[in-house]
Design a protein around this ligand. Structure first.
Ligand SMILES: [Fe+2]
Length: 506
């Protein structure tokens, strides 16, 4: 570009003859327009031009594409100009008058330099890209690792249903996920004023640590109790990367984490994770994992406690119902309790499983719970009942089963409660079931229930003579009762076990 058209023409013809593609412009503005639409490899310009001068053009080109070399041609090079041209990314300047040969050498040189520059730029970008990918890759691996660890912690806790197993899991995971030598879970109880170690795990690396599946004794743990009581910050985790200059800690210790397990904003326990290996220093990441874990554990404990509480509260409530019914009738006080004891003894003697005995324990205690819906004047009536009154009394197994059913728990217990007045010969109530259609545990409960009813004082009569009691029990074998259950009852009775059970009952 030059304002002197003759130079433009001569140069243009010369370079075109040499095979170059030449575009010319009378001033900087026109050159800028060309650069916007054409692919340019290098640019020669004068400084003094109308509209946009050479320096402005150079600056413009640098902004659009900093790989295009700009060569300034000037008749009067000054220090000012030179500095300015360099600042604007101008790679060279030629002093006028310029001969064509000089111009061509310059073009060849700047084009070679440009190729190198572009290649370097490309390489640099490639390197940068590679580094970025590697960094992303590292971050991704780290994230995947982290997610795996967190996921592991989550799934480990969802399958646990007892708090004892949970504490064990917390300490085992601590030594697995960190480079700790020892992890101990303490329960904090204000009444005791000293953390109580309840679970402990030792690292299993390098052949050290616990042998087999035996859980190390928590009471042998590194003594951190005093330090924990003094230094734990209410509900914040504590990381001591290097314990060297921390007073009050055992000398073997190198690094320590104290992580509280809070339940409803109250400290329930403290997880102490310690390293004794010279090189191990716990990091913020370790602390993060441990905090995440105690959080999950806290949720799990809450759930377990909630479930256990609901279950126990429910039973306690229903049991209180039963006691209330029995309290209305002093003669039947503790009837359910005695029936339960006899029934579970029969079940055990018949080879029943612990689960079946547990079911009988609940069903036995609650079998007459349906009587809560029966009026006192019928329930407590001395003497014979009318047919209507008897019909109402006979509703109690169904009412009882309905009460238990509504809780959504204890399906088998519910059936036993419903069937405890069924007879083996099908003449019982409410459904008139016979033989094997009556649940086995209900057949057992029925024997225990009838025996206790006739062997104790009632509102309408005194306790029966023993001969008469046994006459009813043994005589009912195969009709009122399952003969197999009566056989076992008889052997227990003759050994004196039944009398013993009743003597032991409160
Ligand atoms: Fe009953």
């Amino acid at each position: 570009m030059d304002d002197e058209e003759s130079i433009l023409e001569v140069a243009s013809e010369y370079f075109m003859a040499k095979g170059y593609h030449v575009l010319t412009a009378e001033n900087g503005r026109c050159a800028a327009d060309i650069i916007a639409t054409e692919k340019i490899d290098c640019c020669f310009t004068d400084i003094n031009m109308p509209e946009m001068d050479g320096l402005e053009l150079a600056e413009h080109i640098r902004k659009v594409d900093n790989t295009i070399p700009v060569i300034i041609m000037t008749g009067y090079p000054s220090l000012d100009n030179t500095i300015q041209t360099l600042k604007n990314g101008v790679v060279d300047f030629l002093i006028k008058p310029v001969n064509l040969n000089q111009l061509e050498l310059c073009v060849k040189r700047v084009l070679r330099e440009r190729r190198l520059f572009i290649r370097n730029l490309f390489l640099a970008k490639e390197v940068e890209g590679k580094q970025r990918i590697e960094k992303l890759n590292r971050e991704l691996t780290y994230k995947v690792d982290e997610l795996n660890t967190l996921n592991r912690i989550m799934t480990d806790f969802t399958t646990i249903d007892s708090s004892v197993d949970l504490f064990k899991r917390v300490v085992d995971l601590s030594t697995e996920l960190t480079r700790a030598n020892e992890a101990v879970f303490y329960i904090i109880n204000e009444a005791v004023n000293q953390p109580v170690p309840v679970a402990r795990s030792l690292a299993r690396r390098n052949g050290h640590g616990a042998a087999g599946d035996q859980q190390p004794d928590p009471s042998d743990a590194l003594d951190l109790g005093g330090f924990i009581m003094e230094n734990r910050e209410e509900d914040k985790p504590l990381l001591i990367q290097d314990t060297a200059n921390v007073p009050g800690l055992p000398e073997v210790l190198r690094s320590l984490m104290l992580v509280p397990l809070n339940i409803r904003n109250k400290v329930f326990g403290i997880l102490a994770v310690s390293a004794q290996d010279g090189a191990v220093r716990f990091s913020e990441k370790d602390l993060y994992y441990m905090s995440f874990m105690t959080n999950k554990a806290a949720y799990a404990i809450e759930n377990i406690a909630l479930y256990e509480n609901i279950y126990e509260n429910l039973f306690a409530t229903l049991y209180a119902f039963v006691r209330a019914i029995e309290a209305r009738d002093p003669y039947t006080e503790q009837h359910s309790n005695r029936v339960t004891r006899i029934a579970t003894a029969l079940c055990r003697a018949m080879g029943g499983s612990q689960e079946e005995q547990d079911i009988l324990h609940v069903a036995g205690q609650l079998h007459d719970i349906g009587k809560i819906g029966i009026r006192d004047d019928i329930l407590l009536k001395p003497g014979r009942l009318t047919d209507e009154e008897f019909r109402i009394i006979k509703e109690h197994p169904v009412i009882g089963a309905n009460i238990v059913e509504r809780l959504g728990l204890w399906d088998r217990e519910k059936n036993i409660i419903r069937c405890h007045h069924e007879r083996y010969d099908g003449k019982g109530y409410p459904d008139g079931l016979a033989g094997a259609r009556i649940p086995m545990l209900a057949r057992i409960l029925s024997v225990a229930d009838v025996y206790d009813a006739i062997a104790s004082d009632r509102a309408y009569r005194k306790r029966m003579e023993e001969d008469r009691i046994l006459g009813i029990m043994y005589g009912g074998s195969g009709t009122q009762f399952d003969a197999g259950v009566i056989d076992v009852f008889r052997s227990l009775y003759e050994k004196g076990d039944i009398a013993q059970i009743l003597a032991d009952a409160p």
